[in-house]
Design a protein around this ligand. Sequence first.
Ligand code: TYM
Length: 334
Amino acid sequence: MAEEKQTIFSGMQPSGFITLGNYLGALRNWTQLQEEYQCLYCIVDLHAITVRQDPASLRRQSRELLMQYIAAGLDPEKNIVYVQSHVPAHAELGWVLNCFTYMGELSRMTQFKEKSQKHADNINAGLFTYPVLMAADILLYQTDLVPVGEDQRQHLEITRDIALRFNRLYGDVFKIPEGYIGKVGARVMALQQPDKKMSKSDENKNNTIALLDDPAVIRNKFKKAMTDSENEVRYDPEHKPGVSNLLSIYCAVTDQTMAEAEREFANVGYGNFKAAVGDAVVEKLLPIQKKVAELDKNKDYLEAVLKTNAERANAIAQKTLRKVHKKLGFLPRG
Ligand code: TYM
């Protein structure tokens, strides 16, 4: 029975082309959860505007993200796949939760510190309160589980803190969510600078693999990936970050264990190793790319998906919002 299923919520920003990191850290895991859980997967456009976006690009990227969600295997009938700005309750609960979140705890967020360094000319209040909106996203749906990559751990902790604080004051309003961080692929590193994570906003495009990169481009980026001066394919993230990152990617896309992969490449030189990783990634991404190209021709279908799913999300979100408003002492809406 659908009612008995636990709820999952997660989202991605349509702030650029989604990367292999987003796929392995999050999207791939999402597709494996859709049978057992009631899942909501959001395109978080409200979050994306915390840094400046070009309107035409944002529109295109949001639509592309929807296509990639579906093409990667999220069935929009089983899952609620929708755009954040289509469900006003996110912003409404975000405001309420702002009044239950402290400046001190927000100033400790590493992502805020990083982003305000990177966008020093635009350290806006939205960037600062970003984690509060994220808490609202999650808490609106009485979420049990939040599947994300490693970099979101701190945001999940603050979500739990805000929920616990609210519950202490008003009773059992919010379910306290747990994070779900995969073992393999939770932190895919930049190909040329394996000491930092792969990020869609990276200016060096050779650091990132976009899900929709051309196969030749993908192979070439892996060929150029940074390794080290040894010639031994071995998992050792501390001393061999480049090779270890490539091995993790390989394991994630081929579903092999690290021991199996190390055995496979035991006497293989770096050149051939990198080519094999590139091939394996292309093999995984090509079917997704083909599906995106098909979906791209079907504008009406995509619009219908967005409309129905926003309605489904809205119905659930309204329940929580009503409860919150009542607890706070707001007069009921007529
Ligand atoms: P975003 O858009 O930066 O990333 C989307 C998802 O991809 C994961 N990820 C990675 N995983 C492994 N290796 C990497 N290099 C890598 N880079 C990104 C992220 O951990 C994330 O799971 N704040 C969120 C979006 C969000 C959200 C939410 C998530 C808004 N509201 C509510 C969960 C629940 C973000 O910026 O993700």
